[in-house]
Design a protein. Sequence first.
Length: 117
Amino acid sequence: QVQLVESGGGLVQPGGSLKLSCATSRSIFSTYDMGWYRQAPEKLPELVASITRINTTAYVDSVKGRFTISRDNAKNTVYLQMNSLKPEDTAVYYCNAVRFGVSLYAWGQGTQVTVSA
């Protein structure tokens, strides 16, 4: 069973920062590109950032310049540094292996990010 374990979420004020982490298996991490998704209440999951095995990154327009995705191959972990957070960033954040923008595995438990004053 594939494991995707997200952590690092929390409650933060607008303008604040958080760094999310996602650990997975070596086989998944070394084979696939990785992505961070988020799902706000009553909305479909949205791919907000992705990173290839050669560290090419892509972002949805709403987070460009504020979020940075990175990966640590030694730890089989992908990160999402989130700066200048806005209330509209509030969501449950998930990571997954991605291929052509499509998630490949069952979702983990996610990590809740709440941006509120």
